[in-house]
Design a protein around this ligand. Structure first.
Ligand code: 15L
Length: 274
């Protein structure tokens, strides 16, 4: 039987890294984005949908005959409040509501370390389900995403897994990412575990590789069947030679969210001009 997975935000950074990695025999990837998506390559089993996650009617059509949704869509960086509210919060509501109406039983949500960005590194390994401590409006939207996922599980019985992604890039880019890195291959392993775990209910899991310098629990992700095979340490020498260590007393060194906890990400003050 053919399985169909809808991926929102498929043209974005994580979506692009996952497109080839989540391809599998007997699986159709329905790729949705408001931005243009690269055409299907030879032999690629994909359906392309150009739409915004905020367009409820389009989302309902996109959820037709779908087995599971991986919701990566939305702003991936800090933005003014109105934009975060519309795209990240309303957008996630639209995705979950479309899934409910079309009978999709499982939704995997891209949450972020920035949902708990103001948690202090000195407090030790960040556990699964660490209470929210967002560092930005973007972080607040990820807390809302998790709350919406919890609601749609409790009230409607959808299986919902919120993955608090660390830093999913081809390679770690700075010292912090030696701790927060989720290798693209591990990302695909984790999403596969989220898709296949029997009856997960509602979960919040960390999305990171088993890095030597990891600050995060892997307990809940491993309970779903995830096994990391990568470690950022292989990049450590190069990364530290390029960027050097962070000043120990900087917000970037103190908090999980790194520089997002510093003044450059104080959107309220920037929006007010004071
Ligand atoms: C995120 O949530 C962002 O989407 C991504 O661009 C990175 O900044 C990442 O977090 C991170 O914290 O490294």
């Amino acid at each position: 039987m053919t399985e169909r997975i809808l991926i929102t935000g498929a043209a974005g950074g994580v979506g692009t890294l996952m497109r080839s990695r989540l391809a599998a025999p007997g699986r159709v990837l329905r790729l949705l984005d408001v931005a243009p998506l690269p055409e299907a390559a030879e032999g690629e089993n994909v359906e392309l949908v150009r739409a915004s996650v905020t367009d409820r009617a389009a989302m309902e059509r996109a959820c037709e005959d779908v087995d599971a949704v991986i919701h990566l869509g939305g702003h991936s960086l800090e933005r003014p409040w109105a934009e975060i509210l519309e795209v990240n919060v309303d957008g996630t509501h639209s995705v979950l509501e479309a899934a409910r109406r079309r009978g999709v039983r499982r939704v995997v949500l891209a949450s972020s370390n920035h949902a708990v960005g103001f948690a202090e590194r000195a407090d030790g390994e960040a556990g699964d389900y660490l209470f929210p401590k967002p560092d930005t409006y973007y972080g607040v939207s990820k807390v809302a995403l998790e709350a919406l996922g919890s609601l749609y599980h409790s009230r409607y019985g959808l299986d919902v897994i919120a993955v608090r992604i660390g830093s999913c890039f081809a390679e770690p880019r700075d010292e912090r990412m030696l701790s927060t890195w989720l290798s693209p291959d591990d990302g695909a392993r984790l999403f596969e575990a989220c898709l296949s775990a029997p009856s997960p209910g509602f979960r919040v899991v960390w999305g990171v590789s088993d890095n030597t310098r990891r600050w995060f629990s892997l307990t809940e992700a491993e309970a779903l069947g995830y096994r990391s095979e990568d470690d950022s340490e292989v990049f450590a020498e190069k990364v530290l030679a390029e960027g050097g260590p962070l000043p120990a007393d900087s917000p970037a060194a103190r908090y999980l969210g790194g520089v997002w906890c510093g003044p450059d990400f104080d959107t309220a003050v920037q929006e007010a001009g004071a």
